[in-house]
Design a binder for this molecule. Structure first.
Ligand code: PMP
Length: 416
């Protein structure tokens, strides 16, 4: 007898186990938001769990642009940009993005996931190319590199990449794919070794800077711009779902490459265009980024305040120098327990565990925006002080992070 295709769903018990422990942290229904705070379970809590790095979801120019776009175009594109869903707004957004990054052209997709997956599938689906993909790359990159005809090789560090390239003098048929800021730990890539290897071997460089754009570099041009290496990036990926306060994603690069993507990337052609309000919000955010330098200073000051506050309490923040500030816990189930307690203390954070980080390296991910006040940040630090006293969190050796064989279930096995 054949197997019921739903059998694997019926056999899935992980979420229920965590629900029964009372520590299930996902799908919290937010009832409202003003940016720095959200309403959750009928209470206002300080939001340290978003990617709203510039706090632009509630900026007056961004709100106005979204409202006006709805008035002008309605609520949806009702079709692919390829056919009936292309708005003048999309074209303007692409022009201004390309100019902002000093590249020839840009292509806007309806989600960052679709931009990464569609672009990489298209480029990698050729038996003559080799793709070197960073082991820590985002799921949308991994998705794009599934079932392609090119050879996909994983590298773990620039040194590992160097070793993998060493056997051959010319890699002009290769694409190297990495990220600017790794989203869970806030680790910033040093892109210099990639640029040097590129000069030596002639490969193309694809940079996913979802978390770096809006955060690092002049006017938020990202990790490569901060390191003076924007010209070395052949295709730069960004998303509107973080600093740009909207939804959607884009790639910028050479005009002929972008034109090919526009006519061949399935995740672009066979889905409806980015809705008017979302496109307008992203465009307004891009303009605000170029006008308000002070916003970046406030962001850096808030990040430093929270990081120092957590470190003073003994939390290990993994060397972060971005608005993403992890508080290292170790045990997976304890990180869930702590998130629940923090929420009860009025602070929204998210637990991060395997496979986003190795087993035994679970953490609480926090992130700040320029809109958070000192009082709100201090409230968060005070909550972290309470949980620090409540639970046994061992000191961490930064050079030697703990690793375990599997997940620590301890706190899932006791009723929360
Ligand atoms: N790349 C990275 C590094 C990301 O963190 C994300 C979003 N989590 C994406 C790509 C996908 O972006 P989007 O949310 O626009 O689909």
């Amino acid at each position: 007898m054949g197997k019921d295709v739903f059998q694997r769903c019926y056999d899935f018990h992980d979420a229920e186990l965590v629900r029964q422990s009372g520590l299930y942290p996902y799908f919290q229904a937010l009832e409202g938001s003003d940016g720095p705070t959200v309403r959750c379970n009928g209470r206002e809590v300080v939001m340290l769990g978003s990617n709203n790095y510039l706090g632009l979801t509630h900026h007056p120019d961004v709100l106005r642009a979204a409202h006006e776009a709805i008035d002008r175009y309605g609520t949806g594109c009702t079709g692919s940009r390829f056919l009936n869903g292309n708005l003048a707004l999309h074209d303007t957004l692409e022009k201004e993005l390309a100019a902002f990054f000093h590249k020839e052209a840009a292509l806007v997709f309806s989600a960052g996931f679709l931009a990464n997956a569609g672009t990489l599938t298209l480029l990698a689906d050729d038996p003559d190319v080799v793709i070197f993909s960073d082991a820590d790359n985002h799921a949308s990159i991994i998705e794009g590199l599934q079932r392609v005809r090119g050879e996909v090789r994983i590298f773990r560090s620039p040194d590992d990449l160097r070793a993998k390239l060493a056997g051959q003098a010319d890699w002009s048929h290769a694409l190297v794919v990495t990220e600017g800021i790794f989203s869970m730990t806030g680790r910033v890539s040093d892109l210099r070794p990639f640029a040097d290897l590129q000069k030596q071997y002639g490969f193309r460089l694809y940079l996913d800077d979802a978390h770096g754009i809006g955060v690092l570099g002049p006017q938020g041009r990202g990790t490569a711009a901060e390191q003076g290496l924007l010209d070395d990036v052949d295709l730069l990926f960004g998303t509107f779902s973080k600093s740009f306060a909207s939804v959607g994603g884009f790639v910028v690069g050479e005009a002929r490459v972008i034109d090919y993507l526009r006519h061949r990337a399935r995740t672009f052609m066979f889905t409806a265009g980015l809705p008017p309000a979302s496109a307008a919000a992203a465009l307004a955010a891009l303009r605000v980024m170029q006008e308000d330098d002070e916003m970046f200073e406030r962001l850096a000051a808030n990040a430093a305040f929270l990081k120092q506050g957590l470190e003073r309490l003994g939390w290990f923040t993994m060397g972060s120098r971005t608005p993403i500030i992890p508080a290292f816990v170790g045990s997976e189930s304890l990180s869930f327990r702590i998130c629940k307690d923090l929420l009860e203390l009025g602070v929204f954070t998210t637990p991060v565990m395997y496979p986003a980080v190795p087993y035994g390296q679970a953490l609480i991910r926090t992130s700040v925006t320029p809109a958070l006040t000192r009082a709100q940040l201090q409230q968060a630090i005070d909550a972290f002080a309470v949980v620090r006293h409540r639970y046994p969190i061992p000191p961490v050796d930064p050079e030697n992070l703990p690793r375990t064989e599997g997940m620590d279930y301890t706190y899932f096995l006791t009723q929360g």
